[in-house]
Design a protein around this ligand. Structure first.
Ligand code: PSU
Ligand code: MN
Length: 298
């Protein structure tokens, strides 16, 4: 399947210029509330452009998998979506879905298909708590392992089972690099209390790791939320526990779990979490653009 590539993105890829892919789920109604979603999108795009890279939003629009969305169409990315993981992309295309919002797994797959090597998101999906009963492991993890793309994230939210998430990444052979930080970040907080296997100090260092890989898979870079934007961990624990309990009571399963829990967290923190979310997404986009420039210089 050949995605529709925006001309600016196609030119940049062809000339070896830095490009950063973005997912669309976080900007859609499945991710951030309006109007914060619009602000998140414009701040991520600006952070990428400020560092001389080209942003490439991924989505399924009117049955076409697209990489790079024209500015005139950004409004649609902020709207009502159906969630599209990697395995759903062919279905969304075949059935002509109006707006399929790409997750991390779909985005890294599409990015690689068109020759983009760097992708930025907020938080990745991971192994869910209670996995021994539900078997719920985000497709993000295996997609990051399978596709040769550098993913930049602020770790994963603590409603997931973060120790098992790190174990899964290890088993899948994914290098996990802490960006100027030795702790695996927990999205709203800079540290989950779990160490990352390796710390890196610069985009050049990430590029050297990339060049020295033993298998043609992905690399995960974890950039903690900037210090001034971090939320107090103690407040979050209760919110996350309640959100998880609510999802269990409501009998939510499968792909609906993450959007449901995210919605509960955002209600319960009533806005406090939103500025933090914007700050970390923008920060990740900027780090990704620096890494894209370093890869382009290889
Ligand atoms: N985690 C967040 N915010 C998000 C997501 C995860 O903190 O918006 C979204 C991303 O698009 C991610 C997806 O790829 O949820 C993972 O969903 P699942 O757990 O169903 O694999
Ligand atoms: Mn799942």
């Amino acid at each position: 399947m050949k995605p529709t590539v925006h001309p600016e993105v196609a030119d940049a890829v062809a000339s070896g210029a830095p490009v950063v892919a973005l997912e669309s789920t976080i900007f859609s109604n499945l991710g951030l509330p309006s109007p914060a979603n619009a602000e998140a999108l414009s701040r991520c795009l600006a952070a990428i452009r400020a560092r001389g890279a080209v942003p490439a939003l991924t989505a399924v629009l009117d049955g076409a998998a697209v990489v790079g969305v024209d500015e005139g169409t950004h409004e649609r990315i902020l709207g009502e979506a159906r969630k599209v993981a990697e395995r759903d992309v062919p279905v969304a295309v075949a059935q002509g879905w109006s707006f399929g919002a790409t997750t991390v797994s779909a985005s890294v797959a599409l990015a690689h298909l068109v020759g983009i090597e760097v992708f930025a998101t907020g938080g990745i999906g991971g192994v869910h708590r209670g996995v021994e009963i539900t078997g719920d492991i985000s497709a993000d993890l295996d997609a990051i392992a399978a596709h040769p793309v550098v993913t930049v994230c602020a770790g994963a939210k603590a409603f997931l089972d973060l120790p098992r998430t790190l174990e899964h990444l290890e088993a899948a052979g994914v290098p996990v690099l802490g960006w100027r930080h030795e702790w695996f970040p927990a999205f709203y907080t800079r540290s989950s209390g779990l160490l990352v296997p390796h710390r890196v100090e610069s985009a050049d260092e990430v590029a050297r790791v990339w060049a020295a890989r033993l298998r043609p898979g992905g690399v995960l870079v974890t950039a903690p939320i900037p210090e001034p934007d971090e939320l107090p961990a103690a407040d979050l624990d209760a919110v996350l526990a309640q959100a998880l309990a609510d999802s269990e009571t409501a009998g939510i399963v499968g792909a609906a779990v993450t959007p449901f829990v995210l919605g509960r967290i955002s209600e319960a923190t009533s806005g406090r979490s939103v500025p933090a979310n914007l700050a970390l997404a923008e920060n990740n986009a900027g780090v990704a653009a620096e890494i894209a420039a370093a890869l382009a210089a290889l």
